[in-house]
Design a protein around this ligand. Structure first.
Ligand code: G1P
Length: 286
């Protein structure tokens, strides 16, 4: 299965940091955010990845390219550990890029993947979601897709006041974690929410979504919304919501990014032991 990673957004929530650098390159401990996303895809057995980029995102492509001069330097210095690490990044997957020329939204970005994806189901992984889980979240969705068919989207319970930042579903429970989607709405207003389930940003979609995207008019924010296209798809084909197992960090906003940084640093085998006493000290202070 191929994966599409939309990474064309401006990162307005992170200004001024993202004025001139892609939000997907924001570091979380020692890696840029997008590397975690690509690593999740690779861990799920996906090796063909299409990244939808835009203007000013060159550093993202450079990160997954070879760095010949750096490799030569590390080789000369005999720093094999670092050399292996950076070679691994450029060999990790077969990564392709398409630029979204106009900022027309997530749905428009996914539509650009049509020719690359072809007539097969494919995964979509948002460029600002980091997961910690035993089984990669995208693999959990692929497994569900293989069992039940149709399209599968990751969801989680979201506090009422946060639902306005998410796609939201109306759903019928099928089993412990699986829901049949009955309806969808992008970023509902206070009176519009249909459940407490928010769409978290990992999807396995059937190629029919492309025809639906073609027929989707601009929605919230004047942009083509993937959620609106899914709503169209749902009139003819089944869509399932799956409450994934694991932790998700929305690195696209400041609190989520800080949480991911603190949590992952504390879990890191090298950094964790040094940091834990410091954090405990801070907790007493504040
Ligand atoms: C996008 C989707 C939304 C989803 C969210 C998850 O919105 O449109 O349905 O709930 O990602 O992060 P964005 O956060 O890009 O505005």
């Amino acid at each position: 299965m191929k994966a599409v990673i939309p990474a064309a957004g401006f990162g307005v929530r992170f200004l001024p940091l993202t004025k001139d650098q892609p939000k997907e390159m924001l570091p979380v401990v020692h890696k840029p955010t997008i590397q975690y996303v690509v690593e999740e895809a690779v861990a799920a057995g996906i090796t063909d990845i299409l990244v939808i980029t835009g203007r000013g995102k060159r550093s993202l492509e450079d990160h997954f390219d070879r760095s010949l001069d750096l490799e030569m330097l590390l080789e000369r210095q005999g720093r094999t550990k670092e050399l292996d690490m950076i070679r691994k990044i450029s060999n990790m997957a077969d990564i392709h890029y398409i630029r979204q020329k106009n900022p027309n939204g997530l749905g428009d970005a996914i539509h650009l993947a049509r020719r690359h994806v072809g007539n097969e189901p494919f995964a979509v992984m948002l460029g600002d979601n980091i997961h910690r889980s035993e089984v990669p979240v995208v693999k959990q969705l692929i497994d569900v897709h293989e069992q039940v068919g149709g399209s599968v989207i990751s969801v989680e319970a979201v506090p009422q006041e946060k639902l306005k930042d998410y796609g939201n579903i109306k759903a019928k429970k099928i089993s412990d974690r699986l829901y049949q989607v009955l309806d969808l709405i992008e970023k509902p207003g206070p009176e519009e929410a249909m459940s407490n389930l928010g769409i978290t940003g990992t999807y396995v979609l059937t190629p029919k979504i492309f025809d639906c995207l073609e027929r989707t008019p601009p929605g919230r924010g004047g942009e083509i919304q993937l959620t609106d296209a899914l709503r169209l798809l749902n009139t003819t084909d089944p869509i399932y919501g799956y409450v994934f197992e694991g932790t998700r960090y929305d690195v696209g906003d400041k609190p989520g990014w800080l949480r991911a940084t603190i949590d992952l640093a504390l879990q890191d085998p090298e950094l964790g032991p040094q940091l834990r006493p410091y954090v405990a000290e801070l907790m007493k202070k504040y």
